[in-house]
Design a protein around this ligand. Structure first.
Ligand code: NAD
Ligand code: TYD
Length: 359
């Protein structure tokens, strides 16, 4: 029976990972979720899990050395999956400090606590693994449409978010090189799916369209992101944890590049198709809601992952085609209005107004 310490498990990908892992391994695994519950963390994402599976929640900040050490002292952790992070580029432009604190210093605390718990006189306890979840944004932006991000593409982050993630990746690599620490890194492209906070492109556009609110497109809307259904990312993480080579990094992405404006049209078309005429919300759905606003500062033009290594070494393949994934995602949001109402209460409205004021 393996024990997983998942950080940031109440967020978008972390909660999907916990669902994915219990769905796959059931009662054969134990998961401890450590999350400080920032605006992006929501325990509703995991409701029902505790009763069915071997699951525990610890409300703690990954920057809190003593709290994290305590989790390792009280539990024999086999795997760490480090999701906890500040994850939104726009917020990092407004307030970079918290990104360095959580993403860099928090990762350092996690590395030190795991190292202390796992180190023996002649190396590390058998089978222990630390997987650091990172992003393709560390590689910067691609100009040549034929170019892709490979594992050896030089890091060239442009936003405070991607710079903080790049720093954390370097720290993980430094622990491998200096201390022979048993870590691996994954760099994934943009995820979409259930439980994503509506500050990110896809849930923001779905939510705004349903409420007849403007759809703010940054710049010309032709920036390209490489979208992956969140379960395919979770599958990749599971495979890298079990079969990835220590000290290596693995890019995860499904060759699904789309311009932002194309995504918005797909969302509008799908909403029109799915919603019955009797649904009041259907009246709101219109291309007229699209509004081009001032571009994001330092906006990366194109991200695109070459997933050759994870395919070749671990036989990872994405399972959800975009057409199917986006439909499932939209259907999920349509049937989770209460979830949306909860996550957009609190300071969401003031955040939103600040972000779009005068753009
Ligand atoms: P998210 O913002 O939805 O969730 C982050 C979670 O971390 C939240 O539950 C939050 O409460 C928690 N958290 C934040 N600061 C914390 C702290 N100091 N201590 C403990 N918990 C803290 O993020 P996400 O989109 O699920 O991303 C998860 C990870 O995956 C991040 O490391 C991100 O860089 C990476 N990633 C995300 C994407 C994407 O498209 N969303 C793509 C590639 C990689
Ligand atoms: P986002 O979901 O914030 O992810 P990331 O910046 O990490 O890739 O944004 C995805 C793309 O959509 C990015 O090019 C910025 C753009 N975007 C908009 O045009 N309007 C919006 O309101 C948001 C949130 C993003």
């Amino acid at each position: 029976m393996k024990t997983y310490l998942v950080t940031g498990g109440a967020g978008f990908i972390g909660s999907n990972f916990i669902h994915y892992m219990f769905g796959k391994y059931g009662k054969d695994i134990r998961i401890i979720n450590v999350d400080s519950l920032t605006y992006a963390g929501n325990l509703e994402n995991l409701s029902g899990i505790e009763e069915k599976y071997d699951y525990g929640f610890v409300k703690a900040d990954i920057r809190d050395r003593e709290a994290i050490r305590k989790v390792f002292k009280e539990n024999d952790i086999d795997y760490v999956v480090n999701f906890a992070a500040e994850s939104h580029v726009d917020r990092s432009i407004e307030n970079p400090e918290i990104f360095v604190e959580t993403n860099v210093l928090g990762t350092l605390v996690m590395l030190n606590a795991a190292k202390e718990a796992w180190e023996t006189e002649d190396g590390y306890k058998e089978g222990k693994r630390f997987l650091h979840v990172s992003t393709d944004e560390v590689y910067g932006s691609l100009d040549d449409p034929e170019d892709y991000f490979y594992e050896d593409t030089p890091y060239s982050p442009h936003s405070p978010y991607s710079a903080s993630k790049a720093s954390s990746d370097f720290l993980v690599k430094a622990y491998v090189d200096t201390y022979k620490f048993p870590a691996v890194i994954t760099n994934c492209s943009n995820n979409y799916g259930p439980y994503q906070f509506p500050e990110k492109l896809i849930p923001l556009m779905i939510n705004n369209a349903l409420h007849g609110k403007e759809l703010p497109v940054y710049g010309d809307g032709k920036n390209v992101r490489d979208w992956l259904y969140v379960d395919d990312h979770c599958k990749g993480i599971d495979m890298v944890l079990k079969g990835g080579r220590i000290g290596e990094k693995y890019n995860i992405g499904g060759h699904n590049e789309k311009e932002n404006i194309e995504i918005i049209h797909i969302i509008l078309d799908t909403l029109k198709e799915i919603l019955p005429d009797s649904d009041e919300r259907k009246k709101n759905i219109s291309e007229d809601l699209i509004r081009h606003v001032t571009d994001r500062k330092g906006h990366d033009r194109r991200y695109a992952i070459a997933p050759d290594k994870i395919r070749k070494e671990l036989s990872w393949e994405p399972e959800t085609r975009f057409e199917e994934g986006i439909r499932k995602t939209i259907e999920w949001y349509l049937s989770h209005e209460e979830w949306m109402a909860h996550v957009t209460s609190g300071d969401y409205q003031s955040y939103y107004e600040k972000m779009y004021a005068g753009r």
